[in-house]
Structure formats: C-alpha cells, structure tokens
Design a protein around this ligand. Sequence first.
Ligand SMILES: [Zn+2]
Length: 174
Amino acid sequence: MYLEKDVPCWYELSWDKTRRNLLIRVHKVIMKVGKGFFGNPLNGYKVTFPHFTEFEGKWDKPFWGFNRSFKRIGMRGDFIEFAAQIPQVRKFTGKFCACRGKKKFCIECDGSGKIKEIDDRRVYALSATFSQFFIAVGCEMKTSSKFPQLFTVESITGYGQGFGYGCAVSGLFC
Ligand SMILES: [Zn+2]
C-alpha cells in the first residue's frame, strides 16, 4: 500500500557494513510524543519466556529493548541512534565430528567438522525487541527531518508450539 504524500522521517533502519551492526535511528521527538514501554511488556503473563529476562523501554537509557538488544551509540542530528549486533546462533561446542569434516552433508556438523549447537536466546530477544520497537514508533510523528519516511514496518515474534519459529514482518510504503 502506498500513501501519496511525503511524511518527514521519524525512524530509520540501516546497516553498518564495517561493524556488521544494524543501525536504528529514531527522531528525538519520540522522547515527548512516542509511546514508551516503561515496564517489561511480558510482565503479567503466566508463561515464562526464558529468552526475555529484562526489558528497557525508556529512550534516554544506554540500552533499549529485551536483554540490551539495542545499544545507544549517540545522537546523529536530531535522531537517537542505536546499534544492534546480529547474534551468533550456531555456536561451536568444542567437540569435533567423527566425520572430520569430510562428509559434505553431515547432519552433525554440516561438513565443517565442528559440532555446533543452536543458541537462539539472543536472536529471539533481538527479534522481539524489533517487534516492540515497531509498536513504539508505529504512529506517524511530526518531525523536522528533511528526508521522507520511505516505509514503515511491523513485525511479530513468536516462539514455541502454536507460533512455530520466527518472525512475521509486514509494512507500509509511504
Ligand atoms: Zn560431520
């Protein structure tokens, strides 16, 4: 869906090729008008979420989101800038595979010779942080930016039975 008008930018997403970080910028006007999360959005739920132990929802703190997923790196013009590292999901266990990396399609090691295990805690925390972030910045905000908002994003992060794995994403082209 397209909107036939230019809306000044209120948040941006980009990629820092050098540091291999996602960059998230949100216009400082969010400190006044944006919806914030001042407690853990998962508090009050009877299920426990082992991936999400802590949450920060204030924009002026060194971290934002679940488990310190967004790290504040400063201001860029009128935008608060955060960096998010893409977590490593498959980690070397220290054990080597019996195939010694000679089986290209080895189920144990994927042909690398190293046994790896999946640690998805940080990546789920990051995905859920983005879902909360897109809610927080979901409403158009009047800013002084000379650049237009190109599109908006929505996402939902699910885990476990009934949700399956992963994250669904949708958005709106402005
Ligand atoms: Zn192997």
